[in-house]
Design a protein around this ligand. Structure first.
Ligand SMILES: [Fe+2]
Length: 188
C-alpha cells in the first residue's frame, strides 16, 4: 500500500467483504433467534445490508476498482465464528438471544468505524460522490437499533431477568461470565 487512495480502496473492499459475510450469515442466525423483537430487527438488518452492498458496488465503480478480489474480512469472520461456536451447542434460548445482542452490537460499531473512516479518506481525496455514498450508509448504521442505547437497555433487562429467575446452573456458565463482563451494555 503506497498512498491514501490505495488505503481507501482497501477499506472499501473490506467493507464489501464484511457486508457480504453478514448477508450470508444472517439467515442462519435468524433461524436461531427465538425472541421476536430481535428477529424483526435482524430481518430489517438483512434488507439494509443488501442495499449497502449495492451502494458499495457504486462506490467501487466510481473509484474504478474491482470488488471481485475482495478477500474475507478476518475480523468479521472471527466474530461470526465465535457466535456460531456458541449457538451450535444449543444453549438456552435466552442465552442465544444474549449472544446475538452482543454480536449485533459488535458488528454495528465495527461498521460505523469502517464507514466513518472510509468517508473521511474519500473527503481528503476529493472524492465527494464516494464520500456521499459512504456517508449515507454510515447514517443508516448509526440509526440501527443495535447501535441504539435504548435497545441495549432492553437487552440488559431481558438478560438480567433471565439470570435472576434461573434456579439451575447454566449449562454454558463458563461462557457466560467472560461474555457478560466484557459487554458495555451490561455495565453502563
Ligand atoms: Fe452494514
Amino acid at each position: 500500500m503506497k498512498n491514501l487512495r490505495e488505503l481507501l480502496e482497501h477499506e472499501v473492499r473490506e467493507l464489501f467483504a464484511t457486508e457480504c459475510q453478514l448477508m450470508e450469515a444472517l439467515p442462519k442466525i435468524l433461524r436461531t433467534s427465538l425472541q421476536s423483537s430481535l428477529k424483526q430487527t435482524l430481518q430489517d438488518y438483512l434488507g439494509e445490508t443488501h442495499l449497502q452492498i449495492i451502494r458499495l458496488e457504486k462506490v467501487a465503480k466510481l473509484l474504478g476498482i474491482s470488488l471481485e478480489s475482495a478477500e474475507k474480512c478476518e475480523g468479521m469472520k472471527l466474530l461470526l465464528e465465535e457466535v456460531f461456536s456458541i449457538i451450535q451447542d444449543e444453549p438456552d434460548p435466552e442465552l442465544v438471544d444474549a449472544v446475538l445482542f452482543c454480536m449485533a452490537q459488535k458488528v454495528e460499531h465495527y461498521e460505523i468505524v469502517g464507514y466513518g473512516t472510509a468517508r473521511h479518506f474519500a473527503r481528503l481525496l476529493g472524492e465527494e460522490e464516494v464520500a456521499t455514498l459512504l456517508g449515507a450508509t454510515l447514517e443508516e448504521e448509526e440509526k440501527e437499533p443495535m447501535a441504539n442505547p435504548t435497545l441495549s437497555t432492553t437487552a440488559k433487562s431481558h438478560v438480567n431477568e433471565w439470570s435472576t429467575h434461573r434456579t439451575q446452573p447454566v449449562r454454558k456458565e463458563a461462557l457466560v461470565v467472560p461474555l457478560f463482563t466484557g459487554l458495555g451494555w451490561l455495565t453502563h
